[in-house]
Design a protein around this ligand. Structure first.
Ligand code: AHM
Ligand code: MG
Length: 354
């Protein structure tokens, strides 16, 4: 007997297959305003960058000059990989002649890169980490990219991009690309968090999940425990707590995007606290932590520096770092409670001494 529901099901499947990223942005904004068109075009260019990088990553072991280090050190003092430079250049290239983005700022460039021909109409700045977790590239494990879009405020005549030194609430869109067994793009324009999967046969990102919500509590704690000796006692106390309680499981891949993606799906907390060597932690506020904080809040979770909501943090410089605790709201609150308890104890000790 014929299935009467079949035509509806087929129609739905077809409609879903046709929900590309650029169409989804317009659907979310329910508008064809200039800003909606701009955001849709911006996302489509980011998708193109992701496809180009995904293509190179998928063949990296076969392509001359794709793997290994360049021999240079970036502004953060870290060794630069060939893939970092390729991915950084891809983002610049896709925005040339787009009329969309006036400036790009990334982990790999000391100062923002200007595309002057776009500036009269393209008042947006793209901040990005072209390859997040680049230590995974040469061993064929998951890596990612993180991006954030802000509006340019003022004319930036000196080119020092001082207007970027503002809090994370100024972001109008943010997201990441996960290069794993499949390539996924997860984004938010302030109307929930949505994920897309690259269908290589179509060369398009197709909608996979809409309005993703992170559980209020989850089992995963994700942290580089090799830094235990370098942490403040409050973080050590939190880790001792999870070691001594049932229901926790450790997961750490060395690539923030993958670890964050797991937590977004399953719940838990990712931690990159300050260390003795890096008191502000490792992760950069503007193009790593703040975009993910924007996403997690949209998904019903939380991000914290340990002492304040991460989205309230104002960077002192383009490449400023900040400690990061991000994930399910109850788990982030638990980490914060250990930090607060330690601060209260230190205060008492100081008062007792005086
Ligand atoms: P990168 O952007 O230079 O790759 O650095 C960021 C990465 C994150 O993806 C990851 O969470 C972290 O560095 C890992 O650092 P560590 O090796 O200190 O644990
Ligand atoms: Mg990086």
């Amino acid at each position: 007997m014929a299935d009467v529901d079949q035509p509806v099901a087929q129609e739905y499947a077809l409609d879903r297959d046709c929900t590309t990223l650029s169409r989804h942005v317009l659907q979310q904004l329910q508008s064809f305003s200039t800003e909606a068109q701009d955001l849709s075009a911006l996302m489509s260019r980011i998708a193109l960058a992701a496809k180009l990088i995904s293509r190179r990553l998928s063949r990296a072991g076969l392509v001359e000059g794709a793997l290994g280090f360049t021999g240079n050190v970036n502004v953060q003092g870290e060794s630069v990989k060939k893939m970092d430079i390729y991915a950084n250049d891809v983002f610049i290239s896709v925005f040339k002649q787009s009329g969309l983005v006036c400036r790009l700022a990334s982990e790999e460039m000391e100062k923002p890169y200007y595309i002057p021909e776009n500036c009269p109409i393209g008042r947006y700045t793209l901040l990005y980490d072209p390859i997040d977790g680049s230590s995974n590239v040469d061993i064929n494990l998951n890596v990612g990219a993180i991006f954030s879009i802000r509006k340019q405020e003022g004319d930036d005549i000196d080119g020092d991009a001082r207007d970027l030194l503002q809090n994370g609430h100024k972001q109008i869109a943010a997201g990441y690309v996960l290069y794993g067994p499949s390539t996924m793009l997860v984004y938010s324009i302030g109307t929930g968090v949505h994920s897309f999967t690259l269908d290589p046969s179509l060369g398009e990102f197709i909608l996979s999940n809409e309005n993703i919500k992170v559980p209020d509590h989850g089992p995963v704690y994700s942290v580089n425990e090799g830094n235990f000796w370098q942490w403040d006692e409050s973080i050590r106390n939190y880790i001792r707590y999870v070691h001594r309680h049932e229901g926790y499981t450790a997961r750490y891949s060395g690539a923030l995007v993958g670890d964050f993606h797991r937590i977004l799906s399953q719940g838990g907390v990712f931690l990159y606290p300050g260390t003795l060597k890096k008191p502000e932690g490792k992760l950069r506020l503007l193009y790593e932590s703040a975009p993910l904080a924007f996403l997690i809040e949209q998904a019903g979770g939380r991000a914290s520096t340990g002492t304040q909501n991460l989205l309230d943090a104002v960077p002192e410089a383009l490449h400023a770092r900040t400690p990061l605790f991000i994930g399910s709201k109850e788990d982030v609150a638990l980490v914060e409670s250990f930090i607060q308890e330690r601060a209260r104890e230190s205060e008492k000790t100081v008062m007792a001494r005086s």
